[in-house]
Design a protein around this ligand. Structure first.
Ligand code: NAP
Length: 349
């Protein structure tokens, strides 16, 4: 017989409300110490807040870092985790392992003193914040003092020595996206990337690796500067300046650029709501729409696709793809410019 209840691996012993929920779906979880024997305790240094959540909080706080800090403190005090009540999304964190429970049998091969990044969402990770040291408004990161608890089912990695902590954290936050692009894209395809931020850039470079000189990459951004930036990495064939919340504008632009053939795969890496239908409408009949964007309404995507009679495979962006951390860090390592971009933008700490 198992030494602990089966649910303990998944953190069910910490769910306060509602009873029977898993920690991600729970409204409130217990973030208190001591840790359970199956858990790992981490002294947290930096939160990498999910871009959809950070964008929502920035807007709600009128772009004031103190306002964002107050929202985070409120959420964590009320819920025991950084689970944005509006977007439902979280993020991930880095820190130093303080203790490993005697019955911890999870995938993170780390000991006290090791620096790790969690690869499970903050929306399910017990978190206690003692102080917020700094909110980095331009990179979705928040330096804090506090601790987090990792269940035995929670994935994470030791931080690599050849990256700055914050650059590794930023890349690992979106590790599922380029790893998924490698799986979805096949040579010769026409691929759309809607939203050309951090995960969009990684997806575009991964897509270029698969396509080589075949197929084409269509980038959709609402600012010319974003198109120029992604284009400078050599991974953009057709720039499209359009707002992804305007599906007809995106449809018309892609229709023109493909002579009506439309796209085989469209990866949505924006961070805002209302972009579901531009993704569906950019796809050809039988194409694949992949929603990495956590501000996606899956009702809007499914009913919207049905509403226009478009047979498109709708994929929810599961942040986990086997080996995604290594795949993504290797992608960044393999391109000196990309690596420099991550270290410049996300910090050398
Ligand atoms: P990011 O760096 O902030 O990039 C988002 C991009 O979307 C920006 O370039 C932004 O353009 C663009 N964008 C926003 N609204 C747009 C619009 N209406 N039209 C065209 N472009 C628009 O974000 P990220 O870190 O790559 O994250 C992207 C998404 O992935 C987020 O929604 C995040 O929640 C999600 N995510 C998912 C998982 C998962 O497990 N599935 C994990 C991590 C993150 P501007 O520069 O013009 O604002």
């Amino acid at each position: 017989m198992a030494k602990h209840d089966a649910g303990v691996r998944y953190g069910t012993h910490r769910v306060i409300e509602p009873k029977g929920a898993l920690p991600q779906a729970a409204l409130v979880i217990d973030n208190s110490l001591p840790i359970h024997p199956t858990e790992m305790l981490v002294d947290v240094q930096m939160l990498n807040v999910d871009a959809a959540s950070f964008t929502q909080m920035k807007k709600a706080a009128g772009n004031d870092p103190d306002g964002v800090a107050a929202l985070i403190l409120k959420t964590v005090a009320e819920r025991g985790k950084q689970h944005n009540p509006v977007t439902g999304s979280g993020g991930m964190l880095t820190g130093v392992v303080r203790a490993v429970g005697p019955d911890y049998d999870g995938p993170v091969d780390a000991r006290p003193g090791d620096r790790i990044a969690t690869l499970v969402s903050l929306s399910l990770t017990p978190l206690k914040i003692d102080a917020i040291r700094k909110v980095y408004m331009d990179r979705d990161q928040v330096a804090i003092e506090g601790y987090a608890i990792l269940f035995s089912s929670g994935i994470g990695v030791k931080l690599p020595d050849d990256f700055s902590r914050d650059a590794a954290l930023a890349a690992l936050d979106v590790a599922g996206a380029p790893a998924q692009a490698y799986r979805l894209v096949k040579p010769g395809m026409d691929v759309g990337i809607i939203g050309t931020g951090k995960s969009g850039l990684l997806c575009a470079i991964a897509t270029r690796r698969v396509l080589g000189t075949t197929g084409r990459i269509f980038g959709v951004a609402r600012r010319q500067e974003s198109l120029d930036h992604i284009g400078s990495f050599g991974c953009l064939d057709v720039p499209i300046l359009a707002d992804a919340t305007d599906p007809v504008a995106v449809l018309e632009a892609v229709h023109r650029a493909t002579d009506g053939r439309m796209l085989d795969v469209v990866l949505n890496t924006t961070n805002t709501p209302g972009t579901e239908m531009s993704t569906v409408m950019a796809c050809r009949e039988g194409g694949v729409a992949y929603y990495f964007n956590m501000a996606t309404s899956f009702t809007a995507a499914a009913l919207g696709a049905e509403g226009i009679g478009r047979d498109v495979t709708l994929l929810i962006g599961n942040g986990y793809v086997p080996d995604h951390a290594r795949i993504t860090l290797d992608l960044v390592r393999s391109d000196a410019r990309l690596r420099a971009y991550f270290e410049d933008k996300y910090g050398k700490a």
